[in-house]
Design a protein around this ligand. Sequence first.
Ligand code: ADP
Ligand code: MG
Length: 346
Amino acid sequence: MAAIGLSHLSKRFDHTVKGEVYAVHDVSLNVAEGELLTLLGPSGCGKSTTLRMIAGFEEPDEGTITIGGSDVTRALPNQRGIGFVFQNYALFPHLTIFENVAYGLRVQGKAEADIARAVSEVLALVGLANYERQQPHQLSGGEQQRVALARAVVFRPRVLLFDEPLSNLDAKLRVEMREEIRSLQKRIGITTVYVTHDQEEAMAISDRIAVMDRGQAVQQGTAHDLYYRPVSEFVARFIGRANLVDGKVLSAGEVEIEGVRVALAAGRAAGQSVRLVIRPEMIEIAAAGGPGRIARRTFLGEKTDYVVELGGSRLQVAATDHYRRPAMDAGQAVSVRFHPEGIRVL
Ligand code: ADP
Ligand code: MG
């Protein structure tokens, strides 16, 4: 049984210019017990609206939502057993860590002894057992993140929901924080739906990712599935970097790309044209008389990125073996080899 189930979920809003538009359109997905599923997509694709419907902050126009097998489609937010972690994890700066975590329980009028027990339990769970009397400003960003999480899980929710919790942090802190969230989520083992527009963040923290485009969940899978088997150009471009090139099928086991032959079973008849997704690391170039030409080289330390012109295509190429090869400069003629493993036929 899925811990969270969305079935044919839709939500329309009145748009001043366009009239009624679907923010979310026929979204169906399941989240397994203990799983972290990320909704990933560009701004405006319906991620927050989907999350807010799970939380009960928005009511769907169509479809159903189950949590732990019960239909909660019309239930109030506080009846759903969810914890919601907001952007910036705004803590109360003048309250101690204990009081920050206890706040919601006090509002609910819980007994003092129960509050004390619940707060120490949850602080121990997130690795902040001796932090009760500290103030937020005495904590590192990572520790503050843990307090925010403690505040959400102190109610013992069945499900945690995160809406772009890291979007206002600088790049380095984002990486630290996402690892923090990931390890805490695993440790607690709580079913989680996480929203982000950042594909790298999604790949780093998720068990599975649902890619959204204009209100629809267009593909669901592991980061590995989405990277190697995207179902569309949209997904291919959104997850990682992609070359989208046309190839011509020569035979059952061979395709030609801009005059270069590749041993690839495209599953189409000879003479047909195929659209291919080729990741930058699947292309190898070497100093030779052509047929490619380097248009740009960018040294990035652990790899060198090249832009290579080949026929009418401009290819993004990533070389990770650059430290043991002579550098190739813009203008240099190069041979081009496509590694068929991992090339995706759309
Ligand atoms: P995301 O979180 O992926 O950026 P949202 O779910 O916030 O996207 O929004 C999806 C679409 O629905 C957008 O076009 C947005 O403008 C619209 N929308 C969201 N909330 C409202 C609202 N309360 N009223 C009108 N339109 C809304
Ligand atoms: Mg949003």
